[in-house]
Design a protein around this ligand. Structure first.
Ligand SMILES: [Zn+2]
Length: 278
């Protein structure tokens, strides 16, 4: 059970961990709502035998959530007071270090929008972070707060997705772009990039299909024939994935499930090729 001693602490911790989850794990135009965390607090607290003081702290915390949120950086220059929410460290991709690593907030600009007709508090935050490994790279985020909801509305540079190491090097850029498209809600483009990945892979193998200018399907057939029977029986077929992707594209079908399934089958196929050195 969490011991409730300070309503400001409850609010600040809940907002801070939601912000961290938004920037670490969510993608452009996705949101993080704080309600569930605030309720979790209430439920945890409800299971125990709260003192009268604890009850009033939680009641205060609930009201306090709706007040303006003031984010500050955890630097020597700024001394937080109880109303400030210290921006947590986050983990994101550094283009210089070429890896996901820890970033620390170095600047925070906020604009509160007081719209009398709207009961929900609206705020816009611009947060700038610096890589803790190289101390050179910055990543900037734009976030809106609407009531209890934080939404990631902008980021620079664009999100980077690292393709798994078993994906051939020349294909990794198609893989990363496909996942970025899908994360940003452009799933049809993502399906197209996965299909491009397969075509480019087959072209790179110098297979010898019958026609001099083979279609993707013919390249897929030639590839399939080049694989050992045992491998074909045990692992997903790129030729079949290609056919499903083509069908979705021709029907302009923006299908997230198809994307996720195709991606995991492509992973499985290439991982198996690496494992069996095929
Ligand atoms: Zn770095």
């Amino acid at each position: 059970m969490i011991r409730v001693t300070n309503y400001q602490y409850i609010r600040n911790e809940a907002v801070s961990s939601s912000l961290q989850n938004l920037l670490n794990n969510k993608h452009l135009y996705q949101s993080e709502t704080i309600t569930s965390k605030a309720l979790a607090f209430k439920e945890t607290y409800g299971n125990g035998k709260p003192t009268e003081q604890a009850i009033s702290e939680v009641e205060l915390a609930k009201k306090y959530f709706f007040m303006p949120w003031n984010f500050i950086c955890d630097t020597n220059n700024e001394k937080p007071n109880n109303d400030d929410i210290v921006i947590p460290n986050i983990e994101t991709y550094c283009h210089l270090c070429k890896t996901r690593t820890a970033f620390k907030a170095i600047s925070s600009v906020e604009s509160s929008l007081h719209i009398p007709a709207q009961s929900e508090k609206r705020q816009v935050h611009l947060l700038s972070f610096m890589c803790q490994k190289c101390s050179i790279t910055n990543v900037d985020f734009a976030i809106t707060r609407s009531g209890m909801k934080l939404t990631l509305v902008g980021r620079s540079p664009i999100e980077t997705i690292e393709a798994p190491p078993f994906i051939p090097k020349a294909l990794r850029k198609y893989y990363s772009e496909a996942v970025i498209d899908r994360n940003a809600g452009a799933t049809l483009q993502g399906l197209f990039m996965l299909r491009t990945l397969l075509e480019q892979y087959w072209k790179s193998l110098n297979l010898r299909p019958n026609p001099s200018r083979p279609t993707g399907d013919e390249l897929g057939d030639a590839y399939n024939e080049s694989l050992p029977d045992d491998f074909k029986q045990r692992f997903p077929s790129l030729r079949e994935i290609y056919a499903e992707l083509s069908k979705a594209m021709h029907n302009a079908q923006s299908d997230n499930t198809l994307f996720d399934n195709s991606r995991s089958k492509i992973d499985e196929h290439f991982d198996a090729k690496r494992l069996f050195k095929i």
